[in-house]
Design a protein around this ligand. Structure first.
Ligand SMILES: CC(C)(COP(=O)(O)OP(=O)(O)OC[C@H]1O[C@@H](n2cnc3c(N)ncnc32)[C@H](O)[C@@H]1OP(=O)(O)O)[C@@H](O)C(=O)NCCC(=O)NCCS
Length: 150
């Protein structure tokens, strides 16, 4: 694997980011109901969409959101979306993206990053726990609320 890089999402990378393939069964986990419900609250000024490149190829996408004033803690320094191309999974791309998000959150003065995921086979729970998130509760939609101390 060439060196991984993270870049802001641009008009030039949006279609590659949107067409990343998933493994069978992963689609159901891509957008937790908690976030779908909160979408209206997303402050565009705080959104942090990034692509991960391996060499020239876009192999992953992460969308973070920062909102110091969000009433729900899980929307303050949150990972709204992360996905890695099926053929690039299991090689550290997801971990790299989470570390970049954690660095950004630290720079912005946050001491905790959060992510929400649904339980189930093929879901991302083991990944989030491997990279340091701990389940600290459930959202009103019954999904896992994970927190990473920064
Ligand atoms: C979840 C996802 C982003 C992980 O990306 P990835 O690049 O494959 O993950 P990495 O290779 O960086 O793995 C990091 C660690 O997590 C572990 N891990 C990753 N996926 C795992 C799985 N399905 N089961 C168990 N462990 C897993 C790896 O073993 C690795 O652990 P280690 O570093 O201690 O060896 C990717 O599988 C994906 O795109 N899934 C579909 C979309 C999705 O569910 N997104 C989350 C929405 S909330």
């Amino acid at each position: 694997m060439a060196e991984l890089r993270i870049e802001e999402l641009t008009a030039g990378t949006i279609s590659a980011a949107n067409s990343l393939t998933l493994k069978p069964g992963q689609e159901a986990f891509l957008e937790p109901a908690t976030y779908t419900d909160a979408e209206q609250q997303l402050d565009p000024a705080g959104s942090w969409p990034r692509v991960i490149r391996d060499g020239d190829e876009v192999v992953g996408y992460i969308m973070g959101a920062f909102d110091q004033d969000a009433p729900q803690e899980y929307l303050r320094a949150a990972i709204w979306r992360i996905n890695v191309a099926a053929e690039a999974q299991g090689r550290g791309v997801g971990r790299f993206a989470i570390e970049a998000f954690a660095d950004e959150a630290r720079t912005r003065g946050f001491s905790r990053a959060t992510v929400v995921w649904a339980s189930g086979d093929g879901g991302p729970g083991a990944f989030f726990e491997s990279v340091g998130f701990r389940v600290v509760g459930q959202t009103p939609f019954g999904e896992n609320l994970g927190a990473l101390e920064l």
